[in-house]
Design a protein around this ligand. Sequence first.
Ligand code: COA
Length: 278
Amino acid sequence: MTERTEAETVAYTVTDRIAWVKFNRPEKRNCMSPRLNRQMGRVLDELEFREDVGVVVLTGEGTSWSAGMDLKEYFRETEAQGLGATRQAQREAYGWWRRLRWYQKPTIAMVNGWCFGGGYGPLFGCDLAFAADEATFGLSEINWGILPGGGASKVATELMPFRKAMYHAMMGENIDGKTAAEWGLVNESLPLAQLKERVEQVAKVLLAKNPVALKATKDAIRRVREMTYDNAEDFLIRAQEAANSFDNDGRKEGIKQFIDDKTYKPGLGAYDVKKQPA
Ligand code: COA
């Protein structure tokens, strides 16, 4: 098969306000080349503020989610062009993972197969992650003679207990989806045949929530991890007040539908955002 064009390295469809974004180099197990990284940046730009998109799901075409960085195009060929090209390729890769971490819309990683090394960057970039039991996760860097760079070491220690992160990084052994869920790399693991349905179910729950509150919440959960309790308390007051200026009526409507209208209970589900005055 001839090599895909840059535009073809990422595919997406939007259905019922869910954008299904796919790594689309199945013949290369969706490893991330500079071209794919540039295209992901463009696709994320395109989807971020679209009115008809409420949730973004990142998944992979074929048997792989992503086999990590492209050893040929990302490492060997850029290194051959010198430090400038290497740094450029790093900026393009790290750039879209950072975009994902702070993305406007909620994001879900749907890990359908192989997930290696550099793939941990976008995995952590997504707010939630669901894996197939059949998926395979590995920090394979040690197997080919480098450290888990591009954030992968950081992701391992952010998501896993210290001993597990160290074992995972040093041993170069793979784990399946179930173990990835036990170790904290993903929220849940379930048979591949049920994966999409479950992700769709989760996406639908998110679509029914107040979007300003969702963005404020996902940012808050990421930010407070590195703060002292007092700094977090202060940050959260300010973050809520900033959210209020974007969405003054949301929480008032939420209180009204519970206290006055008695149409829902916040402990049991979300208020009806569609009834909120525009
Ligand atoms: N970089 C470059 N090329 C890669 C790649 C990567 N990370 N992962 C897969 N490919 C290419 C292979 O070279 C092969 O190319 P070819 O058809 O031109 O020979 C093609 O994708 C298919 O890969 P193959 O190894 O035949 O598929 P498989 O299903 O038997 O095995 C993996 C899948 C993921 C286990 C295996 O491809 C692999 O180990 N990849 C590297 C994973 C890795 O260490 N990533 C970390 C990088 S930081």
